[in-house]
Design a protein. Sequence first.
Length: 295
Amino acid sequence: MTILRSLLFVPGNRANMLQKALSFSPDVFVPDLEDSVPTDEKANARAVTASFLAKLSDTGSLVIPRVNSLDTGLLEQDLAAIITPKIYGLSIGKVQTVQEIAKICGLIEPLEQKAGLAAGRLKLIPWIESAKAIVNAYEICSSSKRIIAIAFGAEDFTNDMGIERTDDDSEIAYARSAVCIAARAADVVALDTPYFGFRDTDGLQRDANTANKQGFKGKFAIHPAQIDIINAAFSPSPQEIEHAKDVLAAFEAAEHQGRGTTSLNGKVIDVPVVKRARAILQMADRVANQLSLKR
Ligand code: COA
Ligand code: MG
């Protein structure tokens, strides 16, 4: 499974910000052609983004631009501009049904072939950001092998619901959880909505930790200062790694004595606890491998 902890949005029409982005190292760059670009800048954004794809990809981070939704009439031109071997895939705004995914895949196929890419090589990350999308999330996740993750968009979701965004996030708790469960059921990764208070590092840390506890595996960033905090929230901490090692050692010692359960510091160690410890160590290995590949 690809590591997608931090995904940095960069407005696709802003050459200076795309240039600046090259000096950072998120897991994924997301040059945006959608809602951070004003309508009369859409064509410019395609051209500017296209001219940066090779440079972004050469940094070793994945490049997964965000394109406009099917109903905007902008998607065909977006895809034509950005489908090249330099992108890992596409993130697509405001997906609501499996029928849309089928149409989007139908548009991608000939362009992928024209770019000399193997069929199915380009991955997809649909944005789940309306009531209808939440209800259809599992079907959407399961509708194409291209889909590796789904992204939850809180601002569009609360707009669609006609409800206010508040600081305690209680209004999005169900939707966030529904996205995580649907993603897990379909064996894809859930990615969390960006945190807009880009100067509030404590707030971001709390928010990312909440998302991690709920089952998200990564989160979008809107500012480079958010990357490290997000990476840390979605990576096992040194304490978690040490504890996981202790759990495995205690369990193996118990197994040698013919026992299937034991305890550590007053807590039961049984099969699910051991599975979780192994998962933490695997994730720690994947993070370490990813870092060494980038160097
Ligand atoms: N990607 C690349 N560079 C970025 C950046 C981003 N997402 N956000 C900020 N920067 C750059 C700035 O251009 C500035 O560069 P400089 O020092 O060369 O001038 C530097 O980082 C510091 O930025 P700062 O002054 O702290 O913030 P700002 O006021 O310039 O920008 C935002 C704040 C919110 C406007 C900006 O971060 C942004 O546009 N983010 C993306 C929003 C987005 O994509 N939304 C769509 C998804 S919801
Ligand atoms: Mg949105």
